[in-house]
Design a protein around this ligand. Structure first.
Ligand SMILES: Nc1ncnc2c1ncn2[C@@H]1O[C@H](COP(=O)(O)OP(=O)(O)O)[C@@H](O)[C@H]1O
Ligand SMILES: [Mg+2]
Length: 325
């Protein structure tokens, strides 16, 4: 087992308005993209701030890059990069000035700061805007500049808070690609918060799902799917909706856990892959034409929405058995 880049146990933070984070325990491994998922107010930003040592915990412990975030925050932040929700650029400065300013604070001398800033602006497709004031930038351009800024000192660990919020689909795809390439570099670890699953979620190797400050699930999408559902899903294309009789026949097969109609066939949850040929022959015997039968792995979105639905039934503190290990 590799040493985790970050680990926390029982991390808790309260505000006068209530508990923002309640007993969070999780870890991240070197080079992984860990997604912190949950609706607005779930405690994602609070978690990042605690892990980066800009917020003091009320209880619990954390170790990030071998440091205690609250007691050794400055040392820690020299090795981490952050993209905050609103990017936080200086509107009156140009893109290049925003970067060189922070590069100087980060300890680069004037001779080194400018080329480093230009290198990153170029990499993020912003070199042509280097000398333009940030106040006229689109959300996507701001995110790029802020991402470049987060990388000036080549951090080992990146905290990205809602990196794609406010972006149009094309800018989203570009930023997601960028994040993917950042994570792939030199084992850099990325913690990514998002309330919008879409593209960003696809980068994640593991996901932690928070609701109202409670961790409701933590693991790889496949692990969580394995805990949430029995077996696999198979989509059978019949070129037309299934009859009630066919659905009943399929549902009665021992290997079929559940069977629902689709516009052009049906979706069956079966115990394992071996059930697929049985399903197909049952359709053929019933006089159907089978155009395709595809096993389908649940996506991160499927897993998230299922956890959300089950959590809503259990209430905010209800633990889903087996989902947080
Ligand atoms: N600085 C703060 N002062 C008071 N309440 C806060 C502060 N930061 C966060 N909270 C509260 O803590 C809860 C979690 O917030 P946050 O971590 O920002 O959630 P998320 O990032 O998942 O949307 C919310 O109810 C929020 O209002
Ligand atoms: Mg937030």
């Amino acid at each position: 087992m590799v040493d985790p880049v970050l680990a926390c146990e029982g991390l808790t933070r309260r505000f006068p308005s209530g508990t923002a984070l309640d007993g969070l325990t999780l870890d991240a491994r070197p080079g992984e993209v860990l997604a912190l998922l949950g609706p607005n107010g779930a405690g994602k930003t609070t978690t990042m701030r605690l892990l980066n040592g800009v917020l003091e915990p009320d209880a619990g412990t954390a170790s990030v890059l071998g440091l205690d975030p609250w007691r050794q925050g400055e040392e820690l932040r020299a090795r981490t990069g952050v993209l905050t929700e609103n990017a936080g650029l200086d509107e009156r400065l140009t893109a290049l000035e925003n970067l060189t300013f922070v590069a100087r604070i980060r300890g680069l001398d004037a001779a080194a700061a400018r080329p480093r800033a230009m290198e990153l602006l170029e990499r993020f497709g912003m070199a042509h805007r280097a000398d333009v004031r940030v106040q006229g930038f689109s959300t996507g351009q701001r995110k790029r500049v802020a991402l470049a800024r987060a990388l000036l000192h080549d951090p080992e660990l990146l905290f990205l808070d809602e990196p794609t919020s406010g972006l149009d689909p094309v800018a989203t795809r570009d930023v997601v690609e960028l994040i993917g390439s950042l994570a792939a570099e030199q084992g850099r670890t990325v913690v990514l918060c998002t309330h919008f699953l879409g593209e960003a979620g696809r980068l994640a190797s593991r996901m932690a799902v928070l609701f109202s400050g409670h961790l409701h699930a933590f693991g790889t999408p496949a692990e969580l799917a394995g805990e949430l559902w029995t077996g696999i899903e198979v989509r059978i294309d019949l070129g037309r909706p299934p009859s009630d009789q066919l659905l009943a026949t399929m549902g009665a097969l021992t290997s079929v856990v559940q069977c629902v109609p689709l516009d052009h066939g049906l979706l069956a949850r079966v115990t394992d892959r071996d059930a697929v040929p049985t399903l197909v022959s049952a359709c053929v015997e019933a006089g159907e034409r089978v155009f395709a039968a595809e096993p389908r792995q649940p996506s991160l979105e499927d897993v998230y929405f299922e956890i959300e639905a089950r959590s809503a039934r259990l209430g905010p503190t209800g633990d889903l058995p087996g989902l947080t290990r």
